[in-house]
Design a protein around this ligand. Structure first.
Ligand code: OAD
Length: 242
């Protein structure tokens, strides 16, 4: 399929859309200084997250797992949203249906003032009790080595680990947005992790036009209507109708 390459045409498509769904991944936060998972500077290469981000790893060594998450919380607390985050927040302020589905757990979209954010992989700022199931927010820079719930149970990060299901209510919101949007904008995701990546073919099958922004080609690039090769911090601001 021939790809549209005009930023102006994509901006116009977004400006006219009555309903927009956005899907973001780690690439959107890369320019803020948060390492991506699978890029050359990928976090996985230094820290082997596949050994840390699983229920088994947490059961085996919760202290090590928490050490890694505390390090990431500290790193994220020390960075700022970038022009890509701010562009998406601005796009939302146009008084139409707008859902920002993110695979990121860093909270940078909210810090850029995006409102309708659907965090399909949870949040690094949420803690969940492994005993009573209670969830709470904790934005503190340093946590105890092993955070606990007031019921005495051990807390875990409120994120989705490998081998775990997504929260069904949150996922339903993401699916609804994908199925009902006129345009889906996909930015900074390698689109290899399911079910999140499946939202894009779902939107297409429901009749949406799809715009992709990434520094490299992904498995989606062939199926989208517009594939822009470049950084989200540079391209997303150009897609805002001012
Ligand atoms: P990945 O690390 O897999 O992919 C990051 C994508 O961002 C790549 O396609 C890069 O080419 C692109 N990228 C990097 N810098 C960019 C920039 N400045 N502008 C635009 N694009 C850029 O991250 P995700 O796709 O988010 O899940 O990974 C999906 C999920 O895999 C994560 O949510 C995480 C991980 O397992 C869980 O933790 C459950």
């Amino acid at each position: 399929m021939a790809k549209e390459t005009s930023v102006n045409a994509a901006r116009e498509l977004l400006a006219k859309a009555g309903s927009i769904a956005v899907l973001t991944g780690a690439g959107v936060s890369a320019e803020s200084g948060v390492p991506t998972f699978r890029g050359a500077a990928g976090l996985w290469k230094q820290f082997r997250p596949e050994d840390l981000a699983t229920p088994e790893a947490f059961a085996r060594d919760p202290k090590l797992c928490w050490e890694w998450y505390s390090w990431r919380r500290g790193l994220i607390a020390g960075v700022e949203p970038n022009p890509g985050h701010f562009a998406l927040a601005e796009m939302e302020q146009r008084g139409r249906a707008f859902t920002l589905i993110t695979q990121n757990v860093d909270g940078l979209h909210q810090r850029a003032d995006s409102k309708n954010v659907v965090e399909v992989h949870g949040s690094i700022w949420t803690l969940r009790c492994t005993k009573c199931g209670k969830e709470w927010q904790d934005l503190s820079a340093t946590l105890p080595a092993l955070p606990h719930c007031e019921c005495g149970g051990l807390a875990r990060p409120g994120v989705v680990w490998f081998g775990e299901n997504l929260n069904p209510q949150i996922w339903a919101k993401a699916e609804h947005a994908a199925q009902s949007c006129d345009v889906m904008l996909v930015a900074g995701t390698s689109a290899v992790v399911y079910p999140a990546a499946g939202l894009v073919p779902l939107a297409r099958a429901s009749g949406a036009k799809v715009i992709e922004v990434n520094i490299e080609a992904t498995p989606l690039s062939e199926m989208v209507d517009y594939a822009f090769s470049g950084s989200s911090g540079a391209i997303l601001p150009q897609l805002v109708d001012r």
